[in-house]
Design a protein around this ligand. Sequence first.
Ligand code: MG
Length: 203
Amino acid sequence: MKIICVGLNYRKHAAEMGRPLPPEPMIFLKPDSALLKKNKPFFIPDFSKNLQFEAEVVLRISKLGKGIAAKYADRYYDALTVGIDFTARDLQHKFSQAGHPWELSKTFDGSAPLGTFIPAERFPNHSDISFSLEINGEPRQEGNTSDLIFGFADIIEYVSTFYTLKTGDLIFTGTPSGVGPVKKGDNLVARLAGETVLDFFVR
Ligand code: MG
């Protein structure tokens, strides 16, 4: 399976990163070894001194598809959750400044903690789903899919132009503003439409 991620998909997050809004979805992939399931702890890797959280709504692909039109996109995913797109921000900046791909900074082992999935039909409007991240009981990120620059259907249409989507593939749809560093001992709790889907510790 593959993990498809969208970068800079919320205006305020693009602004906090000092980046212009992308004219089309900005896409990168994580390998399956990035997945961290069942609330297992995340171990900060030695290679980063600035490991940052990005809470994102994640879609689970449920059907094989290629060249999917936006109007049919909702037939191709069956569940949603929240995941964390962990980012070694120091490495990302170093690689970016060198003009090199920064994928190592976002795709290392354990860089994709994944919450418990909620069936898609439980959400009446996929363009209005709230989600949040708390660290040690303190609110850090609040998002709503109504603020996505490229919504779920646009993302699926775009990525399926390039990749065949397969059952079990995941799409991380981008993070809202408020990203920041984690430290050992932090407890991250993510909610989707008020339901706790992810609850784990940083070690
Ligand atoms: Mg992200």
